[in-house]
Design a protein around this ligand. Structure first.
Ligand code: ADP
Length: 399
């Protein structure tokens, strides 16, 4: 079955076209809303194509992607009718969605209701759904949610200690994100260990521009570091993560900042960028740290120390763990971060094999723990689009 996957952000659309599990094409359309929108389109075993277009909104962006997919030279499809289903990544499903679902008018209405708590993410996701409804009206669509995997969290894990009325009336609670990735790597980890996910306790660390860590107990997310929004939890590239909630109030008073300014400060100017003053990119931080920059080193240390503390707390929450899994751009590629996070945990039974950690090749999965390590340390490249493609096929075939 040929399935198109769309991941629509505020000014970008990522796409992948699959035939069953085989990827036929992928691309990224950036700078939507401008006359210089850039399309990077890649077909397996062919050169990447770059083109610039005036694309003022998502509908035109989706139309361009469909046109490129059937282009006699750049495309991979004989006809647009070949697309049998479309799968969308949808960021927020709140408590309405605990699994992927066929998109119906009722489902669209519920995703629209979630705009209130996901004002930045759900509108572009919906724009992609509306565009496909108009451009390919007969093609079934499936929504795969970033929050759904975490809907198994018990209330003691998702409830904030503020007046209950804010949960009951305003739906304020921990939701968690990156669920598609945590789900994928937990299943891949089980396969690597020759077990099934429902026999294992896992801690999955998705470390990218946004980072989160999840306790996966017998296949179910029982706690995760991101919260009501993706701002909670680990410090990230530019997000502050966990912080005394009095700090933003204090800064707002001192610096006379309004809500938008404090929001930008915590989301865009904090994290490892804020500490280092250099970059949100861990490659640049590593380079500067190697050259002796103290604040770059401090940023890396804060990041790794906070992740170590989350791992410790999730081991306590689950009464043990079988494996710690690293994924995302940083988790997959930074041997230094992985080493800093799991070192000095021998007392728990975590024994890193430094040679295997260093030798791990880009794009490969690996067990980087010693054979004697009671708790395994795994690196697994994530593949969120594959999860969306598989869920889309399964749900469309069943309906
Ligand atoms: P996103 O969260 O946007 O999907 P990724 O998971 O691709 O992002 O992660 C991107 C981040 O991965 C970059 O900002 C960079 O910090 C980090 N990264 C990529 N390659 C390396 C590397 N070789 N060493 C350290 N960090 C890396």
């Amino acid at each position: 079955m040929k399935v198109l996957i769309l991941n629509c952000g505020s000014s970008s659309i990522k796409y992948k076209l699959y035939d069953d599990d085989q990827q036929l094409a992928e691309g990224l359309l950036e700078k939507i809303g401008t006359a210089q929108a850039q399309l990077n389109h890649t077909v397996a075993r062919r050169k990447k194509l770059v083109s610039v277009h005036e694309i003022l909104e998502h509908h035109a962006g989706v139309e361009l992607i469909l046109t490129v997919l059937v282009d006699p030279e750049k495309g991979v499809l004989a006809s647009i009718e070949d697309i049998q289903a479309v799968g969308h990544r949808v960021v927020h499903g709140a408590e309405s969605f605990s699994e992927s679902t066929l998109i119906t008018p009722e489902v669209v209405a519920k995703i629209e209701e979630c705009i209130d708590i996901a004002p930045l993410h759900n509108p572009p996701n919906l724009a992609g759904i509306y565009a496909i409804s108009q451009l390919l009206p007969r093609v079934p669509q499936v929504a795969v949610f970033d929050t759904a995997f975490h809907q198994t969290m018990p209330d003691k894990a998702f409830m904030y200690a503020i007046p209950y009325v804010f949960y009951a009336r305003n739906h304020i609670r921990k939701y968690g994100f990156h669920g598609i990735s945590h789900y994928y790597v937990s299943h891949e980890a089980a396969a690597m260990l020759g077990r099934t996910v429902d026999e294992l306790k896992l801690i999955t660390c998705h470390l990218g521009n946004g980072s989160s860590v999840t306790a996966v107990d017998h296949g179910r997310s029982v706690d995760t570091s991101m919260g009501f929004t993706p701002l909670e939890g680990l410090p990230m590239g530019t997000r502050c993560g966990d912080i005394d909630p009095a700090v933003p109030l204090y800064i707002m008073g001192k610096e006379e900042l309004n809500l938008q300014q404090i929001n930008a400060l915590l989301n865009k100017h904090s994290g490892v960028l804020g500490i280092s003053g250099i970059s949100n990119d861990f490659r640049a931080l590593q380079e500067e740290s190697d050259k002796g920059d103290k604040r770059a080193t401090l940023a890396l240390e804060v990041f790794c120390y906070r992740l170590k503390k989350y791992i410790g707390s999730y081991i306590a929450a689950m009464n043990g763990v079988d494996a710690i899994v690293f994924t995302g751009g940083i988790g997959e590629n930074s041997e230094v971060v992985r080493e800093m996070v799991v070192k000095d945990m021998e007392f728990l039974g975590v024994e890193l094999d430094a040679d295997k950690n260093r030798a791990k090749k880009r794009g490969e999965a690996a067990d980087i723990s010693k054979p004697s390590s009671r708790i395994k340390v795994l690196v697994i490249p994530t593949n969120e689009e594959l999860v969306i493609a598989r869920d889309t096929r399964r749900i469309v075939a069943a309906n």
